[in-house]
Ligand binder design. Structure first.
Ligand code: C2E
Ligand code: CA
Ligand code: CA
Length: 745
């Protein structure tokens, strides 16, 4: 029966070895082709794995019937066509052509070891993809002639997509869909490595949202999340395919911008980002407003690898945030070791306070009706023996952070009160009081002492406060206001319009005066019509509240005329006078009357900056040292070279790899005026820089080791070898006052 049949079969492939062993019934041996075919058939129909074959030309000559429903067409339709045509390129992702590895392997006649291929059925409008795992062997005949492939394939869509999703999660931020820190670091590393070999540039932008924490705290975390999503959308809209955007965590974003090193374009892009991020966000029927600061570093100039570039862009971001919110900043070598420098500055400042290096200068406030001086604002001046003149805009913020402002402020109050008692009774003195001082409960007492020690009438002392004093606890703020008012001193609201500018402050705080910020004056005669309107509005507002207004920072006649026509009764600005030494004031005051006639340029030129900067001037193969003054986007004035004919082409070495090609337009004694071939661009911090820099690759090619651009000017002539010709111009040194010839050709 069954058993006998079972034993009748034997397994014996080659006839040797186990030949003769009894086999169970139904066993299929190699000698039973029909049986084998049946097994194969069952297997193919199960659809677990498909079998395929190609001819020597790569045309599909066989594929399992069961693959038909995945193919989206009858198997017959694909037979005779190249295998490679089955696999389509994803139109959304042309870079990730999935047929590339297969094509390569087939033409090289390599073994296919589990290639994963993306297959898109034709006519599948939903673009549903399946992923196929491909294996195969090339087949050769006895003579070694290639006969095509024999292989298997399998649908692995479910497993593969799960794997993709896992790695996507590991690479992307699930909240915003942007790349996460991990991916950004890897990308940056990869791009910078490849670009270093290819000598290409790459910019890195770091962004940090301002006031995000406030939104999170006041509107809740879901609102904060929604805000981040909207920020990501806006970034995607601005950056487009120019670069890769990532969220590094919290409210920190990063953008990698390959092949971009033009600081003009980068500045524009950063400006656009700042502007668009600052637009209000509709969230849950409410509005959230945030800002952003941007730091930019550019490889290979500011860093060669990911660590250097990350550090550089972080430092630039830190500087941008410190410079005030909503700004961008390019990395520069000056930003290095900022913290260390700040400490040194504070040490020097502490020393300055005890060793009488500090002085107060006094800038007149003038009544426009009759040009009479009605008061002075005390402004701190510090001249350090090595640092030279340090601007209060630099050391005051440092003193605020470093716990030194109370001591400085107390000194200023005492010194100013002492100076003012000698002035006519009609002349007041104004002293700046920082928000940190205002928050000190001892302030009213310190003011009382300054008044008592000098004998100055309280009504002649004016304290200048900024809107930031309102940041503190409102009860304490109210008490301090009350205490100061009781002393009888006057209070002025400084820099009005630059801060929070809430009108409610004006209603609740007892100010006697509003000072209109210089920034409105700067732009009031330019195209910006709003500034003039704002000045008008502030003046009429303060009149309605019976306060005085002083317009600050008036430099030119066109500005003076405009602000007078808008109703300004008091003006403080260079058109009347800069801050003066006490001795000079006493001298000029003489009998007691002090009148100043306005004097200054007819028209305000916003873009001209007075500078004093040592630069290199390169002509032929010579390099001269000179001093740059008066820099604008289009040109500059240079002192220190005599005998430069008009029309001469020069290259200015502005330091840190910045070379500016220019032409001499005017030449007089030791002073020349030049016009740049390519206008300079903003550095984001009120300064100007060249669009491009000398590439470290070029310097490396000229013999310098490849490194990021060092500070200062480059000894280009050393790289190029000793000069071949005689210098053509005479170089003189320029100090603060005059010129001493030092070098004759
Ligand atoms: P501020 O209180 O707004 O002072 C006015 C600034 O504008 C001064 O700069 C002044 O020199 C400048 N200025 C006045 N008129 C013109 C003009 O027509 N054109 C231009 N370009 N500038 C003009 P300064 O002296 O550099 O002081 C900068 C800031 O430092 C001051 O701004 C003030 O916030 C702070 N500061 C100065 N001295 C003291 C002080 O004793 N205590 C405190 N807490 N802060 C001070
Ligand atoms: Ca002031
Ligand atoms: Ca001011």
């Amino acid at each position: 029966m069954e058993l006998s049949g079972f034993f009748r079969n034997r397994v014996g492939s080659g006839g040797d070895g186990e030949a003769g062993r009894e086999m169970p019934a139904g066993v299929i041996t190699a000698a039973d082709p029909a049986g084998r075919l049946k097994v194969l058939d069952d297997f193919e129909q199960a659809g677990i794995v498909w079998i395929w074959a190609t001819d020597a030309e790569g045309r599909l000559i066989y594929i399992s019937e069961s693959a038909g429903d995945r193919l989206g067409r009858p198997v017959l339709d694909v037979l005779g066509h190249p295998l490679i045509e089955l696999f389509e390129t994803d139109p959304d992702n042309p870079d990730e052509r999935s047929d590339r590895p297969l094509k390569f392997q087939l033409s090289a006649r390599n073994k296919l070891n589990g290639l994963i291929m993306r297959f898109i059925a034709p006519g599948d409008t939903e673009g549903r993809r399946t992923w196929w795992l491909f294996s195969g062997h090339p087949k050769f005949d006895k003579g070694g002639k290639f006969k095509g492939y024999r292989g298997s394939a399998k649908d692995v869509t479910i497993e593969y997509e799960r794997k993709l999703e896992d790695s996507r999660l590991a690479e992307y931020d699930s909240l915003t869909g942007l790349a996460n820190r991990h991916r950004m670091t890897r990308r940056l590393d990869g791009i910078l490595g490849a670009y270093k070999n290819a000598k290409r540039s790459c910019a890195l932008m770091m962004l940090d949202l301002d006031r995000f924490k406030h939104v999170n705290d006041s509107m809740g975390h879901p609102a904060g999340d929604e805000l981040l999503r909207q920020v990501a959308d806006r970034l995607r809209a601005i950056i487009g395919d120019r670069g890769e955007i990532g969220r590094l965590g919290g409210d920190e974003f990063q953008v990698i911008l390959p092949d971009l090193d033009d600081r003009g374009k980068l500045g524009e892009l950063a400006g656009k980002v700042i502007q668009i991020i600052a637009q209000p966000y509709p969230i849950d029927g409410k509005r959230a407003i945030i800002g952003t600061s941007v730091g930019i570093a550019i490889a290979p100039y500011d860093g060669l690898d990911k660590d250097e570039m990350t550090r550089a862009s972080d430092l630039a971001l830190y500087a941008a945030k410190k410079g005030g919110r909503g700004q961008f900043r390019f990395y520069s070598g000056d930003l290095k070791d900022e913290e260390e420098e700040r400490q040194e500055l504070l040490d020097d400042l502490r020393e300055a306070l005890t060793s009488e290096q500090l002085e107060l200068h006094y800038q007149p406030v003038v009544r426009t009706a009759d040009n009479m001086v009605v008061g002075f604002e005390a402004l701190m001046r510090w001249e350090h023996e090595e640092r030279g003149f340090v601007s209060p805009a630099v050391f005051i913020p440092a003193a605020e952070e470093g716990n030194l402002i109370n001591a400085l402020g107390e000194w200023a109050l005492k010194t100013a009160c002492k100076a003012a008692v000698a002035w006519p009774k009609s002349v007041r003195v104004a002293v700046n009081v920082s928000a940190v001082q205002f928050a000190n409960p001892a302030l009213p007492e310190i003011v009382t002492q300054a008044l008592a020690a000098s004998g100055l009438e309280p009504g002649r002392l004016e304290l200048e406060l900024t809107e930031s004093v309102f940041m503190g606890d409102s009860e304490t703020v109210d008490e301090t206001f009350k205490a100061l008012k009781e002393l009888g001193v006057r209070l002025a609201l400084d820099d009005f319009g630059t801060g929070y500018s809430s009108l409610s402050y004006l209603r609740s705080a007892p100010f006697d005066k509003i000072k209109v910020d210089k920034s409105f004056v700067d732009s009031c005669t330019q195209k910006d019509q709003n500034s003039a309107k704002i000045i008008t509005a502030i003046i009429s507002l303060s009149e309605a509240l019976s306060m005085e207004t002083t317009v600050e920072g008036v430099e030119a006649f066109d500005q003076l005329e405009l602000v007078i026509s808008k109703g300004a009764k008091y003006v403080q600005g260079w058109i009347y006078s800069k801050a003066l030494r006490l001795g000079e004031i006493e001298q000029r005051m003489g009998s007691g009357e002090f009148k100043i006639e306005p004097d200054g340029p007819e028209v305000y030129r916003a873009d001209r900056r007075s500078v004093f900067r040592r630069i290199g001037v390169i002509h032929d193969d010579h390099r001269y040292e000179a001093v740059m003054r008066d820099l604008s986007k289009t040109g500059s004035k240079i002192e220190g070279l005599i005998g430069v004919p008009e029309g001469t082409g020069l290259v200015l070495d502005l330091g840190a790899g910045q070379l500016a090609v220019c032409v001499v337009t005017r030449s007089e004694d030791a002073q020349i005026a030049v016009e740049f071939e390519t206008p300079l661009v903003s550095d984001g911090a009120g300064g100007l820089v060249t669009r491009h820099r000398v590439s470290p690759y070029a310097l490396a090619a000229a013999g310098m080791p490849l490194q990021t651009l060092p500070q200062g000017n480059y000894p280009l002539h050393q790289i190029a070898g000793p000069p071949q010709s005689k210098p053509q111009f005479m170089q003189v040194t320029v100090g603060g006052t005059g010129c001493d010839p030092v070098h004759f050709p």
